[in-house]
Design a protein around this ligand. Structure first.
Ligand SMILES: C[S@@+](CC[C@H](N)C(=O)[O-])C[C@H]1O[C@@H](n2cnc3c(N)ncnc32)[C@H](O)[C@@H]1O
Length: 392
């Protein structure tokens, strides 16, 4: 089996390997430890009722065992992080509160608790609970006093120019991520994409002490970070190696990178400022236009553009109105020259070409007022998820 310098794997118990890593060497750790939930409950997989049994490693222990286990590995990890390094641990109620307690006892500082909301959860068969659709991810830093690495602007850009919140709507792991085999608790690449971009830079090193199928390693290498993974099961280490081998194929690497950078199926809204007279004219003609780019009055084409189904027109943050974008035969968006816009009665001044978006010009009622003015640049167009306008 081929080895890769940026992808180091250990087939072992992480309790034995972590102490061998050099102190202050890791920029980030992502850990998806056993949740201890394989206790004979039922769940749904591919539409079929199945017993929750992920493997012996996930069988429930006593509360004391769960505490001692988490305390131990968290204690071992802390000195291995660089002073500005951070750790992410995913879990559910079965383990996450114990993890939170251990983190604090070990001297880490908790930064956020991310709620990963699965956009496609399987149904709850018993119908005696709300459907389980979330997992929690604690983000903590090594030291209470030393500032941590956080790529705030990258996250804001991913979120269409708006500060990213601690609720992440991401689908469960997809078939496209399982081409080399299956792991029973595989995490989606899209989740690791966000985590890695938020807390590391190119060339950084990330450890996953419970690597499983090495989702962390695949996302890390695709984003040009180094990876160290540990798992005690041979079958999973081999699966991780196959996944790493797969992305040696440049075409597959490009495809995976593209897919993991998208948040699919989220309906988006183009939020656009226009001065009063221009806006009235746009509504009358059912046409909205903007420059592409990064300046006043322009729209930066970011992921989500292709899923825009609504346009929200406002004037300097006031009098917002929502319209449905027309689904024309030739697609919803067009590029027009300045002359074409002039021939339609507009008077564009700043560019030769414009993105033109035809919309149905009767406004749609919606109940939640967007705080457009809270954002620094009201004049720049933004792409926002429709869920920001719940109630339509
Ligand atoms: C929840 S899964 C991780 C799944 C992984 N995030 C992925 O995307 O495939 C936990 C993994 O930890 C491994 N494991 C459990 N206890 C371990 C230990 N003490 N040392 C190393 N690996 C362990 C299991 O074999 C399992 O593959």
């Amino acid at each position: 089996m081929q080895t890769f310098p940026n992808f180091t794997l250990h087939l072992a118990d992480c309790i034995d390997i972590i102490p061998q890593l050099p102190d202050n060497s890791l920029d980030a750790i992502f850990a998806d430890p056993p949740y201890f939930l394989s206790n004979g409950g039922i769940s749904v997989q591919s539409g079929k009722q199945v017993c929750v049994d992920k493997g012996d490693w996930d069988k429930g222990g006593t509360p004391e065992h769960i505490y001692n286990f988490n305390r131990k590995w968290l204690e071992l990890c802390r000195p291995k992080l660089k002073d500005n390094g951070t750790i992410w641990i995913s879990g559910t109620y079965h383990n996450i509160f114990v993890v939170q307690r251990c983190l604090q006892e070990c001297g880490y500082k908790i930064l956020n608790i991310i709620t990963w909301q699965k956009t496609d959860p399987p149904p709850n068969l018993s119908c005696r609970y709300f459907n389980f659709s979330t997992e929690l991810i604690i983000w903590a830093r090594k030291s209470p006093k030393i500032p941590h690495k956080f790529n705030y602007d990258v996250m804001k850009e991913l979120n269409g120019g708006k500060q990213m919140t601690d609720v992440w709507r991401i689908p469960s792991v997809g078939k496209w991520e399982k081409t080399c085999g299956k792991h029973p608790t595989q995490k989606p690449l899209r989740l690791l994409y966000r985590i890695i971009l938020a807390s590391t830079n190119k060339g950084d090193t990330i450890l996953d002490p419970f690597a499983g199928s090495c989702t962390t390693g695949i996302a890390a290498n695709l984003l040009e970070r180094n990876f160290i993974g540990i798992d005690q099961e041979k079958q999973f280490i081999e699966l991780g190696q196959r996944r790493r081998q797969e992305i040696e194929d440049k075409k597959i690497a490009v495809k995976l990178l593209k897919k993991m950078s998208e948040v699919p199926n989220e309906t988006m809204v183009l939020v656009n400022h226009a001065r009063k007279e221009l806006r009235e004219m746009m509504i009358e003609k059912g046409l909205c236009y903007l420059r592409a780019g990064d300046s006043k009055g322009s729209l930066q084409v970011t992921p989500g553009f292709e899923r825009m189904h609504y346009v929200l027109l406002h004037t300097n943050g006031e009098d917002a109105q929502l319209f449905r974008i027309k689904k024309g035969k030739e697609g919803s968006f067009q590029i027009w020259s300045k002359e074409t816009l002039i021939s339609r009665g507009f008077n564009p001044e700043h560019a030769l070409y414009y993105i033109v978006i035809p919309f149905e010009n009767s406004p749609i009622e919606y109940s939640k007022q967007l705080q457009i003015k809270q954002h620094l640049n009201t004049f720049r167009a933004k792409i926002r998820p429709l869920s920001d306008f719940t109630g339509i």
